[in-house]
Design a protein around this ligand. Structure first.
Ligand code: PHE
Length: 385
């Protein structure tokens, strides 16, 4: 750049001297013979060529054109006025010929240079806009649905096909819904393993806790709807469990509740077994073991034949040799619960279950540690697209 502008400075200086020359008459310049004339014109042409040579852009091209061809102040106008017109008769035609040659030269060179400048500008623009289609594309990694979410969907699909509806409820609950209305009075030992995350409250505020199971939604649903009821409730629950391979302070359940005028233990068993075979495969065997929950009577723990050893047991580390895997708690709704929601216990019956989703997913996919679900390591998550 610096050299270009220095070159331009020099040429401006020359223009100045040439300009001064063209301002004078041939006589004043001492030009008497055609040889002098030829020298004069060749100096002029060299000067023009020099200026044309440093021209790089549209603006300098326009400046050069005006300097030479400008109607009033242009070099050629000055020559016409000061040399050509007042030329002595014996030089007139020679001046005319030289002048025309110079003019043709200026015209041609200017036109050529203009084409070159425009072509160069176009080239730069093209280069700027050029799309390199050979570059690798921008990779946007597509995520997958979390395995817990996928398991929820699978459980929902099965129960929806049985005519159940999906309901959702609050994770922050009152002790009434989490305990009392589920027939768990204060100081009942069944509260012990669930008396966990209470919110800090100020005087006069009602006690709140993080729900320890999805069962409060049994009550909330029956309060709002008349029987018959068939719902499942997917959601998060919280307990004061120390984290290890099978425990987490937060995990997932799907609650189920069916209440109608004629539901029996057979409907209960049939529903649960249907679900298990849909979820784990048709050859899975199931069994009930008696258990206790204050809000179901009778209560059961539900087991499925071990999917790792096909129920054989011997030597299987997953079921610890028993051939069975404990799945979840369930039972027929305890009539005492109907009393809390103004349901007619004499004419209604039903069943409820609470499926641990994390456990179900671990069993189905052979995952050994519940913590994997919450660490968000993509190497783990990517295995379940
Ligand atoms: N809410 C119980 C639990 O979390 C499970 C359960 C649900 C048992 C419904 C019976 C009926 O342990």
């Amino acid at each position: 750049m610096a050299s270009v502008s220095r070159a331009r400075e020099r040429s401006l200086l020359l223009v100045f001297t040439m300009k001064a020359q063209t301002a004078q008459s041939l006589d004043q310049l001492g030009v008497r013979f055609p040889e002098d004339l030829a020298r004069l014109f060749s100096e002029l042409r060299a000067e023009f060529d020099g200026q044309a040579g440093v021209m790089r852009d549209e603006a300098s091209w326009t400046a050069l054109r005006d300097a030479w061809l400008g109607r009033k102040a242009g070099m050629l106008a000055a020559i016409t006025a000061n040399w050509l017109k007042p030329a002595p008769v014996e030089l007139k035609s020679a001046v005319g010929v030289a002048f025309n040659a110079l003019r043709t030269h200026v015209d041609t060179v200017l036109a050529e240079r203009h084409r070159a400048i425009q072509a160069a500008a176009e080239q730069t623009a093209l280069a700027r806009e050029h799309l390199d289609l050979s570059l690798p594309g921008v990779m946007r990694p597509v995520g997958t649905r979390h395995l817990i979410r996928q398991t929820f969907s699978e459980v929902e699909r099965i129960f929806l096909s049985l005519g159940y509806q999906v309901a959702e409820g609050p994770e922050i609950e009152s002790p009434y819904y989490n305990f009392e209305a589920l027939n768990i009075p204060e100081f009942h030992p069944a509260r012990d393993n669930m008396d966990t995350f209470y919110m800090e409250t100020h005087a006069g505020q009602t006690t709140r806790l993080l729900r320890t199971h999805t069962s409060p939604m049994q009550i909330r649903t029956m309060e709002k709807r008349k029987p018959p009821v068939r719902i499942i409730v997917p959601g998060k629950v919280y307990r004061r469990d120390n984290p290890d391979a099978t425990h987490s302070f937060m995990f997932h359940q799907v609650e189920g509740l069916a209440v109608d005028t004629d539901l029996t233990f057979r409907d209960f068993k049939g529903t649960i077994e249907y679900f298990i075979r849909e979820f784990f495969g048709p050859s899975t065997k199931t069994r009930f073991r008696s258990s206790f929950f204050p809000f179901t009577e009778p209560s059961v723990e539900f087991d499925a034949s071990c999917i790792f050893c096909n129920g054989r047991g011997t030597g299987c580390p997953k079921c610890k040799g028993s051939g069975w895997i404990e799945l979840f708690g369930a039972g027929m709704v305890d009539p005492a619960v109907y009393g809390f929601v103004n349901y007619d216990a004499a004419n209604l019956s039903g069943f409820a279950f609470g499926i641990g989703i994390d456990r179900l997913a671990m069993l189905k996919h052979g995952i050994g540690d519940i913590q994997m679900f919450f660490q968000n390591d993509v190497r783990f998550l990517r295995q379940f697209p």
